[in-house]
Write a protein that binds this ligand. Structure first.
Ligand code: PPS
Length: 287
């Protein structure tokens, strides 16, 4: 596939054509029928999606590891907007756990009048950028990222898959206090998974025993997920994801951007950040 064919353009944004089509995106937006007991994981790419695809099924199984040890993450919590979304989700029994990278404004039309819940996870955009840069380097279905400097420019201009980080966060953050939305950060999951699980327990109204919490804390640690074939994308052929170049579960830390950005790049990023986030009362990731 040529570089030009790697993405499709839908509503002005780039979507990897390997897993998205105009039909799948239109289905997600226009036809998908949201149910009141649906639970969405919403993320900008490389912000903790796979992590939540491990955590939520475990919350729903009260810490029983069977689902995460037997079902691949993309089937366990399917992506709404991908080509497989319709077949995996349409007739799935409730409660459905659903993954999406959509902005608030691109959610299914039936979402806005539903009581469906959203767990939104944000990550420091500089770390999401670094993670995405390495991902583009190992996934043959994504365009060549170019140099790191070039990739920063593309990221800041929103000329990357799923569009601008700023547009994504600015679409969801103002809704963070709605009863059906829980806003979490990648960094808080890293720092204190137990507290995050208590928030999820309360938000989702799921009974979670102390034992279950301990099992989930252990199972969702980076090194354990990295060993889990159902979550580490090792089933994907090397021609598509070359994990010798970079693992999908790569480092799993906060602040890796500091080993990638020069001082000038940091200053440039921060000045665009300040400009973009002006007037948005968003307390994270300012430095
Ligand atoms: S994707 O392609 O959008 O689904 O990617 P996503 O899963 O959102 O992001 C991948 C990054 O999340 C890291 N990750 C974790 N970090 C810490 N602990 C756990 N358990 C964990 N699981 C996934 C993963 O390593 C990617 O980040 P980087 O910085 O590249 O390591």
């Amino acid at each position: 596939m040529s570089e030009a064919q790697l993405n499709i353009v839908f509503e002005g944004l780039l979507w990897p054509s390997h897993v998205h089509s105009e039909e799948s995106l239109r289905y997600a937006r226009e036809e998908f029928q949201v149910r009141d007991d649906d639970v969405f994981i919403v993320t900008y790419p490389k912000s903790g999606t796979t992590w939540l695809q491990e955590i939520l099924p475990l919350v729903y199984s009260n810490g029983d590891l069977t689902p995460v040890h037997t079902v691949p993450n993309w089937q366990r919590v399917p992506w709404l907007e991908q080509k497989t979304g319709k077949s995996l989700l349409e007739n799935r029994p409730s409660p459905r756990l659903i993954t999406t990278h959509l902005t608030y404004h691109m959610m299914p039309k039936s979402f806005y009048t539903s009581k469906a819940k959203v767990v939104y996870v944000s990550r420091n955009p500089k770390d999401a950028l670094v993670s995405s840069f390495h991902y583009h380097g190992m996934a043959s279905f994504l365009e060549n990222p170019g140099t790191f400097e070039e990739f920063i420019d593309k990221f800041l201009e929103g000329k990357v898959m799923f569009g601008s980080w700023f547009d994504h966060i600015k679409s969801w953050w103002p809704r963070k206090d709605q009863d059906n939305i829980l806003f979490l950060t990648y960094e808080e999951l890293l720092q204190d998974m137990r507290s995050a699980l208590l928030k999820l327990k309360e938000f989702l109204g799921k009974p979670l025993s102390d034992d279950a919490i301990e099992r989930i804390v252990t199972q969702t640690k980076f090194n354990n997920m990295k060993q889990n074939k159902m979550s580490n994308y090792s089933f994907v052929p090397e021609e598509l994801m070359d994990q010798k170049k970079s693992n999908f579960l790569r480092k799993g830390i906060a602040g890796d951007w500091k080993t990638h950005f020069t001082t000038a790049q940091t200053e440039h990023f921060n000045s665009v950040y300040t400009q973009e986030m002006k007037g948005i009362n968003f307390p994270f990731y300012k430095d």
